[in-house]
Ligand binder design. Structure first.
Ligand code: AMP
Ligand code: ZN
Length: 317
């Protein structure tokens, strides 16, 4: 197997791209694909301050590495979720990467806010991933505002996007389809846009990049993230990809290029007029409280109720 670019011995084969690469050419290929996605989708430029949401996993660390190599201005942001063991390891990998490359990193800890994910799940009985998603969105938005960033970049990769797209199509989640894009424009001046520069690079490609660059990342998945349906969609897409290489990239790229607009137009028409301000945190909100503050109020209420003395104990003495 020879490298498609330089004819040296190849180390990786990418069937979806009908190519094989040696190590230097793969690194070149990967960085160029990410840079092209950023430019083509007008995600940001070298004058932008980019808040990179870094979990400590391979995708967000690979993203941070590419952005810094390409000369973009980055500010790392890590949210410590308070999931014992897993969260400490994730934070440690993120901090080690930042220190190694002298990068600006801000860490916020949910335990300090009495919102550690296991406590939130116990108090509200909401599914962990849904509560965690609401909380992450809030802190990413707040961090961009606090650190003067123009844009938030996450490490969502092609496999994530393809699986999400398949799930949204199977259930005709038209609202979600409207908002599944590599660039999401903000709905309020206090928010910044959100971008996914890795949306066309597969999990295998990101893992290969991280490995070749010697990036030390958390290999384990979040213990809560055994989202059975998401894993099933990924397995189905892997089978399709195996039979017909390039299926995933075509599915996502052509959805974005051709189909999403139809859903987005309807979504805008259905949306209530005007965004207000959340009475809790002052961030933009459609209701009197944003979804994060409603969640926080629910947690506080449940915890207060638990702290009340039981009736039998109260009458004793
Ligand atoms: P996930 O939803 O866990 O697949 O993560 C998707 C992306 O969200 C990651 O690639 C990161 O960019 C970001 N992210 C997830 N968890 C965290 C975290 N704890 N702190 C900062 N960013 C995160
Ligand atoms: Zn709020």
């Amino acid at each position: 197997m020879k490298c498609t670019r330089c004819r040296a011995g190849a180390e990786v084969k990418l069937r979806a791209h009908n190519s094989a690469f040696c190590r230097p050419c793969f690194l070149f290929f990967f960085r160029r694909r990410v840079a092209r996605a950023i430019e083509h989708e007008k995600m940001f430029d070298r004058g932008s301050r980019v808040l990179v949401a870094v979990s400590g996993g391979k995708d967000s660390l690979a993203l941070w590495d590419v952005l810094r190599e390409e000369g973009y201005q980055t500010v790392g942001f890590h949210l410590a979720l308070g999931i014992s063991g897993y969260s400490e390891r994730s934070r440690a990998r993120t901090e080690a990467f930042a220190a190694q490359h002298g990068l600006e990193l801000h860490v916020r800890s949910l335990a300090d806010e009495s919102l550690a994910i296991p406590d939130v799940v116990r108090a509200t009985r909401r599914p962990a991933c849904s509560a965690c998603g609401t909380i992450k969105r809030h802190y990413f938005d707040a961090a961009a505002l606090e650190h003067g960033c123009d844009v938030i970049a996450t490490g969502h990769n092609l496999d994530d996007e393809a699986a999400r797209l398949l799930g949204n199509v199977l259930h005709w989640q038209t609202e979600y389809l409207a908002r599944q894009a590599p660039v999401m424009q903000p709905r309020h001046e206090k928010f910044v846009r959100k971008v996914k520069p890795l949306y066309l690079t597969s999990e295998y490609e990101t893992a290969t990049y991280a490995f070749m660059r010697g990036i030390d990342y958390v290999v384990e998945e979040c213990p809560n993230a055994v989202g059975a349906s998401q894993l099933t969609y990924k397995a189905v897409l892997d089978r399709l990809e195996d039979v017909s290489p390039g299926t995933k990239v075509g599915f996502v790229r052509d959805f974005v290029a051709r189909a999403r607009k139809a859903f987005a137009a309807q979504d805008e028409a259905d949306r209530p007029e005007g965004v207000g301000t959340c009475g809790g945190c002052g961030m933009p909100s459609f209701g009197t409280l944003c979804s994060f503050c409603s969640l926080r109020a629910e947690v506080d209420r449940k915890l207060a109720k638990r702290a009340e003395p039981a009736p039998a104990a109260a009458t004793g003495g």
